[in-house]
Design a protein around this ligand. Sequence first.
Ligand code: SF4
Length: 441
Amino acid sequence: MALSGLQIQKLLPKTNCKECGSSTCMAFAMKLAAKKASLSECPYASEEAKQVLGAASEPPVKGVKIGREQVSTLGEETVFYRHEKTFVNQTVIAVNLYDDADAEIIGTIKNYTLERVGEILTIGAIAVTQRSDSDSFAAFAKKVYDATGLPLILRAADDDSAEKAAKAVAGSCSVIAGVTMANADRMREIAQEQGHVLAVTAEDIDGVFALTSKLKQDGFNELIIEFKTHSLLEAYETNSVARKAALKGGVKAMGYPSISFIDTGNDLDDFALAITEITKFGGITVLPSFDPAQLSTLMTLRQNIYTDPQKPIQVEPKLYAIGEPDRTSPIFVTTNFSLTYFLVSGEIENSGISAWLVIPECEGMSVLTAWAAGKFSGSHIAKFIKEIDLESNVDTREIVIPGYVAQISGELEESLPGFKVLVGPGEASDLESYIKSVLVK
Ligand code: SF4
């Protein structure tokens, strides 16, 4: 839990020597409390202060890394609601594979990508579930790891099989699932020896509490929690209670990322549960099988949840070539908000023409927001166009602005002598028909 300035001051030497750059120890303590300074700036900090402040500055939800070749970090969260600050590490979306699955599906999972607003989204892990004997299970796990390099989630039917598979993919920093109080000691030894993470489970939160506490006390802290829930409501409640206990109550035993295995037997219920997990703090969400429709929807949802609300996703302000434009190609302008850029550039591409797209600096705001904030005025756009020296590179003297800011056309024409401003459609989806009816003659 975060310490107050007064609590921190009690841990400092209180000599007011000023070597940290603050006039008093109290002033330095206030900076530490506000996370605007580091304890290392005080050369006289005691070991006790380092220990206490070190523990206090750890995120309430522990960071756990999985994977060796393709690493994902889980946890490290500090807030309950995204708008309080931001969520840090997004839910890893994994897909379940039974160990008797066709080899072909392994490559399909590995090669699956979804490009959205400039980001390439991929599957982050593969759960390998045992249905065969232990040797076949271990061999299949190795085959999947060798082919994909993705961290695995090993779901063995018994402890011997878990050990064989863990050895087969030693050092891959995969997850050994299904760790209970009954096999915790053996699984801990295996995880330590083979370099893996443990996913612990129990019938209820109290059982999970006892298990994470025990393993931490035994010196193993690379843990993920699997809650056993029996309904959507229960999953929502349990995830919320556990996260609140870690964040607000400082309950370290609940301060681990979670994993959930989605498999209700009903597609719609699976979907609802996966959505709940992604929106309610899921660390890893394992889908029952490879389904591109489900994946693309869930990855889009995840991208929206885990985008930092304080940092709009934006593209670099510059002149973009869409297709293979020449000196006489049409010129469009819009803002540098990623979603706007990709929608507009995509619609221009769809129309089959090549064009220039001017993207001035608008701090990642959408068209109307940027205009209201004075970042997308006629003079602002004209200044940018002069900076990139558009006139020397392109002979076209017509520029298409978004329909929602038709009111800037006069100012833009005045600020850009020689250019004619055309007012395009308000919605990017109408660009294709606008291009075909107005620009392509
Ligand atoms: Fe106090 Fe340490 Fe700063 Fe000196 S360097 S004023 S002892 S906090």
